[in-house]
Design a protein around this ligand. Structure first.
Ligand code: IMP
Length: 421
């Protein structure tokens, strides 16, 4: 049995989907454990681009089972659309998608409240508007609608009425927006029930049985360490735990079953939405990284903020997640830069900071070291020793500074542009 957790080590968009697709060839089951359709996971196979928001990226490998765990918040219309898109591309999904009966649903009023709250705030978070926060909030209020609820015909309408009456009051009285009718919400739920009925089960039970039977399982995180609601840059975070704890809670597997934790890390850093970003480059370098790296959101199309690699952020992600290795992504984007900066520490009020100051990250100044760049196009290299010396040095430097071995290097979006060390 092998159970690998794949976690974003920065602020999301590190290239997790590409790596999950890559690791999936050796897996039996791929499990998405948190987040929702706020994620935009892009996989490129032989030049063809696929974007997933909910379905695990392992779906492109024939025969692999894809589980959406209890920690995920599911927008029914989005999930059905994604399944239809896959079918229309002749990808056989029959019997390959399993949904947790304990996963919470995102309904239209969650999306309306997400946008109304964003308008209401003076300091915007820059959410994706997909209803993520409001759905997780209902889970905590214990007014959420779970997939399992849609099969209980006696109680479903009563549960929907409770949450809807309250949401309509909030939308109409506080935000001056239009509410929703019970019929339109029930309609979505009943259609969804008919489509997904054979796919729904207790996935914690299913996954534990699979682990006991020696299956290889990959747990797929969305977003990244810096967006974790507990460990990230609160309040500029998402409403779930992309970190290792979220993988356990959102799947129902236990810590003794995990034997590998891969931190996915870009060779530079990006962030989309508001919040502190010590190594952000707002000038020419940021523009170069954005354009060369195609740094535009796969979900919202927003331009991502770009900056230099931050060792302190990665070290804190390692403390929380216990990475056993790193996958180093998008190194090809750095080709052509004369020199590459790496933040190796922070200063606060002119003094070196010793711990990781999560709540003061907006005030720190990064301390940089400069490394020589390389000019060659490296995207076609197939082995580490084909890389220019300065690119090899960059990999070794990051390994040394973070204390984590880099086992995979990605030099382009396609499956083929991947080197295993
Ligand atoms: P929410 O998850 O839509 O509530 O958004 C909260 C914050 O997380 C915002 O700054 C979003 O831009 C960011 N965010 C959410 N999902 C992703 C993602 O998949 N990649 C990068 N940032 C994300």
């Amino acid at each position: 049995m092998s159970c690998t957790v794949v976690v974003g080590s920065q602020w999301g968009d590190e290239g997790k989907a590409k790596m999950i697709d890559f690791f999936s060839k050796d897996a039996d089951i791929v499990v998405r454990y948190q987040g929702g359709a706020n994620a935009g996971h892009t996989v490129v196979v032989q030049g063809k681009k696929y974007v997933f928001h909910l379905i695990p990226s392992g779906i492109l490998h024939p025969g692999k089972i894809c589980v959406i765990g209890n920690g995920v918040v599911i927008d029914p219309e989005q999930l059905v659309k994604e399944m239809d898109d896959l079918k229309s591309q002749n990808i056989d999904i029959e019997g390959r998608i399993i949904l947790s009966d304990a996963a919470h649903l995102i309904l239209p009023f969650h999306k309306a409240i997400d946008s109304a709250m964003e308008e209401f705030r003076s300091a915007k978070i820059g959410t994706t508007g997909r209803g993520i926060g409001p759905s997780y909030a209902d889970k905590c209020y214990r007014t959420g609608i779970r997939i399992g609820d849609i099969f209980d015909e006696d109680l479903l309408e009563e549960k929907v009425r409770l949450v809807l009456d309250y949401k309509n009051l909030q939308l109409e009285k506080i935000h001056g927006r239009k509410g929703f009718s019970i019929d339109e919400i029930m309609d979505i739920l009943i259609k969804f029930r008919n489509t997904v009925k054979p796919m729904v089960t207790n996935t914690a039970y299913y996954l534990n049985e699979a682990a006991d039977a020696g299956k290889n399982i990959i747990l797929e995180g969305a977003q990244g360490f810096g967006l974790d609601i507990d460990h990230g840059t609160y309040p500029f975070v998402t409403s779930s735990n992309p970190t290792i704890g979220g993988a356990l809670l959102g799947s129902g597997l236990n810590s003794f079953q995990i034997n590998r934790v891969v931190g996915i890390t870009k060779a530079y850093i990006t962030r989309v939405g508001e919040g502190p970003f010590p190594t952000e480059e707002t000038g020419e370098t940021g523009n170069i990284l954005r354009e060369k790296g195609g740094e535009y959101g796969a979900t919202t199309g927003r331009a991502r903020r770009c900056g230099w690699f931050d060792v302190e952020l990665l070290k804190q992600a390692r403390r929380v997640c216990g990475f056993t290795e790193l996958a180093f992504i998008k190194m090809d984007v750095l080709s052509g830069l004369d020199s590459i900066k790496v933040a190796v520490g922070y200063e606060l009020n002119g003094k070196k900071v010793d711990s990781f100051p999560s709540s003061l990250l907006h005030k720190v100044k990064p301390v940089y070291e400069d490394l020589p760049g390389w000019s060659e196009d490296i995207s076609r290299c197939t082995a580490i020793d084909q890389l220019p010396k300065n690119a090899q040095n960059y990999i070794e430097y990051i390994e040394k500074k973070t204390g984590i071995p880099i086992k995979v290097v990605s030099l382009g979006p396609d499956r083929e542009n991947t080197i295993v060390r």
